[in-house]
Ligand binder design. Structure first.
Ligand code: SAH
Ligand code: SF4
Ligand code: F3S
Length: 435
């Protein structure tokens, strides 16, 4: 009889890719994918804990499976990823959701198959979270779900300890893969027909394999075949002139950069332990624009960090105006147990953070809208990624990361198409193929 799995993923691209690795493990065990937990023999929650609402979201969905599990006792529920990797969280999870069968962390994802076997052999509840990161596992066979894009890890973990952030605690110290393994992986993905490669790391610029990130990028861009190359995330303190040069010299590397600034106030940046000033950040932006004037820059911003005054917040608004982001992710600071900022005085009241985030979102959206308008009438090259059944339109992005929607009689997923932009609506563009 066929056995089915259903994976629910929260969090960043790292987790999206790790869910592909989980799918690979399950497929090897003979499971097949299904769309609903109701039809699954195993449901895996791959969780995130970056902000409190990410945790609550996962808790809510795990809670919703209680009834289903009571009706189908042989169904296995597994919870993994960043949430259980937090100190002492696995036990708490077990108490809160006693019907969860398997709890695992980020450092032992590759052991999931063995944990499932233990459960199938009759163990009541398998809790296995490793404290330390261990060696990089090169054995995984991800079952990729994001064609025409393929995610490729170049490094794991983070050493930066930004004072608000939980990632270093749940992902361990930085480890880089060997350049040879990375290049081999990209080469085979391109030959399999993937058209976009996105290199992943918490801070790709501190790649410390057997060469610098700039050289690695250059080598990957030199691989034969038609594909786009993206990478994320870049920490501004390590984003170098060499990387800018490689981006400028290699047309395969997309003209866009995600450069999270977090705040425009030097006082707050210092308290965040970001190790750059607003001026230094702007210098890097200027250096990038001097070489690649049309480069789209995106960012992450946090409001309501402990001690943030109106003056600090205004400095963030000023910086956003000065840079002119193509788009930005905006977050309200969320206190994370165990991080340095959790114990800082002057935590900001919710109503102040709410007011600030609304103001910031409005500014960011107005910049995005203005930029979108400049697209109307132009022809852009889109890599078609998917079909939006609700709208009856295909969609994809240009190299700057801008989303475009268009009709097509034939299936063009995985193809580069030229789209003439007819309308701009917020972040997204609609148009028609001119080819
Ligand atoms: N390694 C990446 C991504 C980290 S998580 C980087 O350094 O850029 C993605 C974003 O979540 C961060 O850039 C930050 O803006 C936000 N973030 C992290 N911790 C947060 C917290 N405690 N509260 C609110 N936002 C947070
Ligand atoms: Fe978190 Fe900072 Fe590391 Fe990014 S660089 S993952 S924000 S600690
Ligand atoms: Fe990513 Fe969330 Fe973990 S942002 S690294 S899944 S805490």
């Amino acid at each position: 009889m066929d056995k089915y799995y259903h994976i629910v993923t929260y969090g960043c691209q790292m987790n999206v890719h790790e869910s592909e690795k989980i799918a690979g493990i399950l497929a090897e065990m003979g499971y097949r994918s299904c769309d609903e937990p109701e039809s699954a023999d195993i449901v895996v929650f791959n969780t995130c804990c970056i902000r409190e609402n990410a945790e609550n979201h996962a808790f809510g969905n795990i809670g919703m499976l209680k009834k289903l599990k009571a009706a189908r006792r042989d169904m296995i529920i597994a919870v993994g990823g960043c949430l259980p990797q937090q100190m002492n969280k696995a036990e708490g999870l077990h108490k809160k959701f006693p019907y969860v069968d398997i709890i695992f962390g980020t450092h032992n994802l590759h052991e999931l198959g063995q944990l499932i076997k233990q459960k199938l052999d009759g163990k009541k509840c398998v809790i296995s979270v490793r404290e330390s990161e261990g060696e990089i596992c090169e054995e995984d066979r991800p079952l990729r779900t994001s064609y025409p894009n393929a995610w490729v890890n170049i490094m794991y973990g983070c050493n930066n300890f930004c004072s608000y952030c939980i990632v270093p605690y749940v992902r361990g110290r930085e480890r880089s893969r060997s350049s040879q393994k990375i290049i081999e992986e990209v080469r085979s993905l391109v030959s399999e027909g993937y058209k976009e490669i996105t290199l992943l790391g918490q801070n790709v610029n501190s790649y410390s394999g057997d060469m610098t990130f700039a050289r690695l990028l250059e080598k990957i861009a030199a691989i034969d075949g038609r594909f786009r190359l993206r990478f994320m995330t870049s920490h501004p303190k390590d984003f170098s002139a060499e990387v800018i040069d490689v981006m400028a010299d290699n047309p395969k590397i997309c003209r866009c950069l995600h450069l999270p600034v977090q705040s425009g106030s030097d006082r707050i940046l210092k308290a965040m332990n970001r190790r750059y000033t607003a001026a230094r950040y702007l210098e890097k932006v200027d250096a990038l624009r001097a070489k690649i004037p049309d480069c789209a820059i995106t960012t992450d911003l946090i409001v309501g960090f402990p001690g943030e005054t109106d003056e600090d917040f205004n400095a963030t608004l000023d910086l956003v105006k000065r840079v002119g982001y193509a788009s930005a992710f905006t977050f309200v600071y969320s206190k994370r147990q165990g991080t340095a900022a959790a114990d800082m005085p002057d935590q900001i009241p919710e109503e102040v953070s709410k007011r600030r985030i609304m103001q910031l979102v409005e500014l960011v959206n107005s910049q995005t809208r203005e930029l979108s308008k400049t697209y109307v009438g132009r022809t852009i090259e889109i890599l078609c990624e998917d079909f939006d059944a609700a709208r009856g339109l295909y969609l994809g992005r240009d190299e700057y990361g801008r989303m475009g929607y268009f009709p097509s009689d034939e299936d063009v997923i995985g193809q580069f198409v030229d789209m003439k932009v007819e309308h701009a609506n917020g972040v997204s563009l609609t148009g028609c193929i001119v080819r």
